[in-house]
Write a protein that binds this ligand. Sequence first.
Ligand code: FCB
Length: 333
Amino acid sequence: MQHSARDMDDHPTIDPKQDPQVRRIIRKLAFISEPPKNDTQVASLFPGFNFDVRLVAGITPIERGGLLDFFIDRPEGLNGWIINLTVDGVGQVFDGENEFTVSPGDLLLIPAGVRHYYGRHPDSPKWWHRWIYFQPRAFWKPWLSWERETGGVFLLPDGGEGSSSEFFRLFVEVEKWSVLDDPLSIDLAFNRLEHILLSAARIDQATKAVPINMDERVLAACNLITENLHKPLTVAQIADHVCLSPSRLSHLFRSYVGTGLLQWRDAQRVQYAMQMLRITNEPIKSLSVMVGYEDPLYFSRVFRRHAGMSPRTFRERSMRVTSNEPDEMTADN
Ligand code: FCB
C-alpha cells in the first residue's frame, strides 16, 4: 500500500478505529486464516517474520479471541530496537514477578537482544499498540534509556498533557513515510522517530532529580569527528582539539556516550555509508574512502559488524525494501 507525500499533511485521527490504515489491516485480518507470505504489513504481526531492515512500523490490533490474540514471545529479542505505544485497551508485559501492564499513552522501549514477552492483558477485551522496529543511530544512545526499567524493558507512563496524542501522530507518520518508495522517505521516517525518542527522553529526564547533560568537551569531540568522518584523526588529535589528555577524553567519552570514541566513529561512518548506499550508486570501493576507510575490505568488516550484513547485501535489500517487495518469511524469529 503506497501513500503520496501529500498524505503527510493530513492530521491522523486520534481514534485508532477511524484511521484508514488500521481499518485496512482489520479487513485483511478478517479474510485470512494464516500468516500471509506476501504482505509485509500483515506478515510482520505474526511469528516468523524476518525483521532485517533498518525500520519497520505497524499497528497490532489484538482483540480477545482474534487471530492476533497470542503473546508475542521472543526469548532472545530481536536484532533491532522496538518502541511501542499503547493506543487502546491494556497490555501485559512479562509474567511472574516482572509482570507489569500498559494502558493508552504508555510507551515501551525494548533494546536489541532483550526478551519480548507481551500480549493482551487477560482482563482487557483488547490491546492495540503501535510499534516501530529500528536500528538506532549512534548518537541516539543517550536518549535510549529511561528511568523505569523492568527485565531490560523501559517504560514511560503517559504523562498526560497531550503528549500521547502527539506521540500517536508521530507513530502514524513514521509508518506512512516508511512505506513510501523514494529513497529519502526512510530518512523522514527516521526524522519522526528521532522526534519521538527526543520527546520521550525529555519527558523522562524531567522526572529525574538530576538531568543528565552532555559534557561540552565530549560534544565538541563528537562534532569534530562527524565533520571529519573521512579523515584518519587520532584520539590524541581529537583530545588536543578539546584541551584534554587522550586518556581523560576516552574516559569521559565512554561515561557519557556509552562506547569508546573510535567505536563511536565507526558507528557514525557506518550510518553515513548506509545513507550513501541507499541514495547513490557510488561503487563500494570509492564509498569506503569517502566514509574514511582506505581499505575496502576493512570497511566491509566494520560495516558487517554494525549492520549484520555486507555493504552489497545492504544496498540490495534497501533497493528491495524501497521498491516494496515483500521480505522472505523465516523461522528464526
Ligand atoms: C509484531 C508485534 C509487535 C512488534 C513487532 C516487531 O509482530 O505485534 O508488537 O513486536 O512485531
